[in-house]
Design a binder for this molecule. Structure first.
Ligand code: ATP
Ligand code: MG
Length: 336
């Protein structure tokens, strides 16, 4: 369920359930998640590997690998349209023109044997059928300049670019049609730290300039705190906690969110790293009680018997835990 009701909502996902059907088992990848993203806002989805982040992104783009993947339930409203019901033709129009996606590996989007400028031009031409050749080229060069790459590199091939520059080109292509929303799935994970910071800064600048909404997927709280207005912590296909950055960083209520913070290296004290014990449950054998119970230091009997409902702590902050009131409020300084 979503509590946010305002006119600025661009993406509104309710009770999304996505499964992959294998020969002899079902992977319950996304289990009943709901969230909305406002125009111009950046929403982060953070979680460890296998949590269901990419599956969520691919569901929005309707790029799930069919026939194996199924949207079992829920709605994905984008503006007035329900994307779960959109035809292939409607989705082709929406993708690129209204929603673009950036993947971890820039080579997913780039053709290795085509000049970078031409690849940007293709996107521009697709979305501006009336543009002349020279208008397309000018727009392409402008886009490259916009992402901080010198125009002299326009005719280079992707292999002549570093990883960070390739990701910049992908961002230029994603923005070429001025979409309302960009979904960035771990866009900086493959880059080294300095380049990562530059690419994040670029996304932030372009978001401010064009008012593009961003859904940012990551396993890194640092990335979330750089760009996002709100974020959700995903675990075992569910949102275990969701709120503004202040809610999540200063007042985390779910033991998993707290555990993620405790497992980060800290400079300001001598505390030892505390990794979360155990592993995420197998998504083909998810428990019917709390999915985090087996790993949770605060687990009590009810956690092993029932699945907790989401509790709303404010209009924005919600948590899916029986013991949200018992999470200590401490050590929050320095997280943001
Ligand atoms: N094509 C597929 N076929 C079968 N199972 C899949 C497929 N893609 C993902 N899964 C499974 O669905 C679950 C969620 O995967 P997903 O890729 O959405 O996680 P993620 O949060 O993006 O992880 P990562 O951080 O590793 O990218 C995992 O258990 C994964 O093994
Ligand atoms: Mg992923």
């Amino acid at each position: 369920m979503n509590n946010i009701k305002d006119n600025d909502i661009l993406l509104d996902i309710s009770n999304l359930v996505v499964h992959y059907e294998m020969d002899d088992e079902v992977v319950e990848a996304v289990n009943n998640i709901s969230f909305s993203v406002r125009k111009g806002e950046a929403f982060g989805i953070i979680g460890e590997t296998g949590a269901g982040k990419t599956t969520t992104a691919l569901s929005i783009m309707r790029l799930l690998p069919e026939p194996r993947a199924h949207i079992i339930g829920g709605t994905i409203k984008f503006g007035e349209e329900d994307l779960t019901a959109a035809t292939k033709k409607q989705m082709t129009k929406i993708r690129g023109r209204r929603i673009s996606m950036i993947f971890q590996d820039p080579m997913t989007a780039l053709n290795p044997v085509q000049r970078v400028g031409e690849q940007i031009e293709e996107v521009i031409a697709l979305h501006n059928p009336r543009f002349s050749k020279s208008e397309i080229m000018l727009a392409g060069m402008e886009m490259l300049r916009e992402v901080g790459i010198p125009v002299e590199r326009y005719k280079d091939y992707p292999f002549q670019f570093s990883g960070g520059m390739k990701q910049r080109v992908v961002i230029a292509m994603a923005l070429a049609c001025k979409p309302d929303m960009i979904i960035a799935d771990e866009p900086t994970t493959a880059l080294d730290v300095t380049i990562q910071a530059q690419v994040l800064e670029l996304i932030k600048e372009l978001k401010a300039k064009y008012g593009t909404a961003v859904v940012l997927i990551t396993h890194d709280f640092g990335v979330v705190s750089e760009i996002c207005d709100r974020c959700a912590v995903m675990y075992g296909g569910e949102f275990v906690e969701c709120g503004t950055l202040v809610d999540i960083f200063k007042n985390p209520r779910h033991p998993y969110t707290r555990g993620l913070f405790d497992s980060l290296p800290k400079l300001d004290d001598n505390a030892r790293l505390k990794p979360i014990k155990g592993m995420m449950p197998d998504p083909t054998k998810l428990p019917r009680h709390c999915t985090f119970a087996e790993r949770c230091d605060m687990c009590i009997d009810i956690c092993m018997q029932k699945d907790p409902e989401e509790t709303w702590l404010s209009d924005e902050h919600r948590v899916k835990c029986f013991r949200y009131m018992d999470s200590p409020v401490d050590k929050a300084q320095g997280r943001m």
